[in-house]
Design a protein. Structure first.
Length: 553
């Protein structure tokens, strides 16, 4: 029996035990209505109680409970919609439904269909790692360590074999030696980065001779890190796993607005089995605080809640533009067309009918979160260069600053790039040519920097990069090489004639005492100094002392 199946059986048992007090409460509501048929709050409460059981019965192996509760919910909804007072016949029919529900709990629960019992969480695919090294001992040792770490490892000895492998199927990560019998690891990595999807794999380079590997050269060709002999294999594996985790997006956070504890337990169990972080909001009054503190990637919203409608809560969410792309799914037993119309009017992205199968729930949540993340990527990236927008880059810079506060030993550099005489390029050759120059520089940054480096279009012809875990000299050397490569790149005028463009760059290392504005101004001052000194050069900001307030702090 799988973990998910066992969890569901335990939830069934608890559901049956907890349903009897709920039925007793429903009976008391009906007694209230017998004394005062115009008791509207009692009728609305009764609808919510039937609604909760309609959405949960089948989930726990009691399909007839869902059927009878759905009939009760519809009867109440009709009376509310028509503003009608329940007749004695209406109340008698509702009592009969309650008796039928109660009878269901006197018999063993029916087995749920296999699709509802199957463990809905997909088995994650092991990361596929390709080792490229002509030393058989290194290949065997490394592939064995990778397999012990739960990865799928394959190895080849030459650059040609690696190229053939990568053109047949993708790899999540590549560990490649610098020196190969038929070329260099640098050439292989450069080739990889030109393939469709070639920007995705994590790449580590190995040097079999101490001092042979040039860290900056490895980064320039598109590698994410390097290791020299004597190698610390455990450190190499830790670095690879970190890169793989960075590239892979986490499933996400789901906020479930659900006042039925049993239904909430079911949703939590299913979603957590899929790797999601789940928070339950069982009190609508706390919804706003939960939304702000949890920052969900998706909201599951029940329709009938105490004191407020789920539709009203969603309208409230959509009033704030920062939640414009936040996906929201309604969970309702109302399968009629009115529910779909109400969902659309409130600003929801869809609705699922209770009882919902675990697989369907996970698929719907995953699809909505993936789409929302894609939209966020579109919003957060510049349309021309595909680098981060100014706003998105600033957010990442603040995150780097926060990491520095937690780990003062960690190095970080803010690099500002400003294309030299770019207005003259636009004036002489036209804006389409100028756009190609911009995309040329952005392509160079993506090709030569690491996946973990943050790159953004800071302004019209200004770019910015955040380099972490590089010392001052290494960062300076890397940017100088980028400058040289871009200086040699040929651009074409409308008549086909070649021309060249340069950039000025300024670097500012992040000191522990710096705040965001100080770090940013230091980088901007450095690039302005590069332009003042004649352009086409890189200037490192001079070390500065903290202001008196920071020094005292």
């Amino acid at each position: 029996m799988g973990a998910w199946q066992q969890a569901l059986r335990e939830l069934r048992s608890e559901y049956a035990a907890e349903s009897r007090p709920k039925l007793a409460y429903i009976v008391r509501l009906l007694e209230r209505m017998s004394e005062d048929a115009a008791d509207r709050p009692a009728l609305e409460d009764l609808q919510r109680r039937f609604h909760a059981m309609a959405g949960s019965g089948t989930t726990y192996g009691f399909p007839q409970v869902s059927a009878l509760s759905t009939e009760g919910e519809r009867t109440c909804a009709t009376l509310i919609r028509e503003a009608a007072t329940p007749t004695p016949a209406d109340l008698e029919r509702l009592r009969a439904l309650v008796a039928g529900i109660d009878a269901q709990f006197n018999t063993p629960p029916a087995e749920a269909p296999e699709e509802g019992l199957a463990d809905p969480s997909p088995v994650p695919r092991s990361p596929r790692i390709l080792v490229v090294d002509d030393d058989e001992t290194v290949r065997d040792s490394l592939t064995e360590r990778l397999r012990q770490a739960g990865m799928t490892a394959e190895s080849v000895a030459t650059k040609a074999e690696a190229v053939a492998f990568l053109e047949r199927r993708p790899a999540d990560g590549i560990i490649v030696d610098v020196t190969l019998p038929d070329g260099t690891g640098y050439e292989l990595v450069e080739h990889l980065r030109t393939l469709p999807g070639g920007e995705a794999p994590a790449v580590l380079m190995l040097s079999l001779r101490t001092g042979f590997l040039d860290k900056v050269e490895a980064i320039r060709c598109g590698a994410d890190g390097f290791f020299e002999r004597p190698m610390d294999w455990d450190a190499l594996l830790r670095r690879l796993q970190h890169l793989l985790e960075t590239v892979r997006a986490e499933p996400g956070r789901v906020l479930s607005v659900e006042d039925d504890p049993r239904q909430a337990s079911f949703l939590r169990a299913v979603l957590q089995s899929g790797g999601y972080e789940v928070r339950i909001c069982d009190e609508p009054r706390g919804f706003e605080a939960e939304l702000a503190s949890f920052r969900p990637d998706l909201i599951l919203m029940d329709v009938l809640l105490p004191g407020v409608s789920g539709y009203d809560l969603v309208r409230f969410v959509r009033q704030d533009e920062k939640y414009a792309t936040l996906p929201i799914l309604f969970l309702t037993t109302q399968a009629e067309a009115e529910a779909q119309i109400a969902t659309a009017r409130a600003g929801g992205d869809g609705h699922l009918i209770k009882p919902v199968l675990p697989g369907l729930l996970l698929s719907a949540v995953a699809a909505r979160i993936e789409r929302a993340r894609f939209l966020k990527t579109l919003v957060g990236r510049d349309g021309l260069t595909r680098l981060l927008t100014h706003t998105a880059f600033v957010e990442q810079a603040r995150a780097v600053l926060a990491r520095k506060k937690r780990d003062p030993e960690r190095s970080a550099a803010w690099v500002m790039f400003d294309l030299d005489h770019f207005k003259a390029v636009n004036d002489r050759y036209g804006h389409p040519v100028g756009d190609r120059v911009l995309t040329s520089l952005s392509a160079l940054l993506r090709r030569r920097l690491r996946q973990t480096d943050t790159m953004g279009r800071y302004g019209g012809e200004e770019f910015a990069v955040l380099l972490e875990d590089l010392e001052k000299d290494e960062a300076m050397r890397l940017v100088s090489r980028l400058l040289e490569e871009f200086r040699l790149a040929e651009h074409r005028a409308p008549d086909g004639s070649p021309f060249h463009v340069t950039f000025s760059a300024g670097l500012a290392m992040l000191d522990p005492w710096m705040d965001f504005d100080w770090w940013r101004r230091t980088a901007e001052d450095a690039v302005n100094a590069a332009k003042a000194q004649g352009r086409a050069r890189v200037v490192m900001a001079a070390p500065s002392n903290p202001p008196a307030a920071a020094a005292r702090g």
